[in-house]
Design a binder for this molecule. Structure first.
Ligand SMILES: [Zn+2]
Length: 183
């Protein structure tokens, strides 16, 4: 009965039909719980931790276990529906934007923001082991401090504003080339 009710809830909207079709196209059986998790993850381009997904999902209906959330996110990653961004061994983000791009991670705020593929150039790759090809290149620029808007003086929420990027406080790790400054 409980599952029947949940099935009706998650299958009732056109959005859920789209997510269901998306999962099927990637060879994933669209169970009710996967649809609920998918609705959270695929609602926009965003970086979410498993705990954030768990919290959001269960704000709506307290029906999805932590293990299910972790297993489902791993399944989505395995089928290339999300990209895993491993900031450190204890901090993994699931990125719903799977097109090529890089990241800035603010160690102070815990915020991960996108850097367009055209904004950062990786020149050359090392010799790869025999019989392998590069499946992807992950770059995370780590910064410290609060990213501020020059006009508003508030914590920035979007990486696309050049004015905000200019005011990024770089950590020592990224300042060795002399370009970085403290604002
Ligand atoms: Zn991203």
């Amino acid at each position: 009965m409980y599952n029947l009710v949940m099935d009706q809830i998650v299958k009732s909207s056109p959005e859920q039909e789209e997510i269901s079709a998306l999962l099927r196209r990637h060879g994933i059986n669209p169970t009710a719980q996967r649809l609920i998790i998918g609705r959270v993850v695929f609602s926009s381009f965003q970086h979410l931790s498993a705990d954030q997904v768990l919290k959001t999902v269960n704000e709506e209906m307290n029906c999805v276990s932590k293990a299910t959330v972790y297993n489902t996110l791993n399944l989505f990653a395995k089928h290339k529906l999300v990209h895993e961004v491993i900031v450190d061994p204890t901090k993994v983000f699931y990125d719903s934007n799977t097109s090529p791009h890089y990241h800035i991670y603010n160690e102070h705020t815990g915020e991960l923001i996108d850097v367009g593929a055209g904004e950062l150039e990786v020149i050359g790759i090392p010799n790869l082991p025999e019989n392998t090809v590069a499946a992807g290149i992950d770059v995370i620029v780590r910064v410290t401090g609060i990213i501020r808007s020059l006009t508003e003086g508030t914590i920035a929420g979007h990486p696309g504003n050049p004015a905000q990027r200019q005011s990024v406080c770089f950590s020592r790790r990224s300042s060795s080339d002399g370009r970085a400054t403290h604002s």
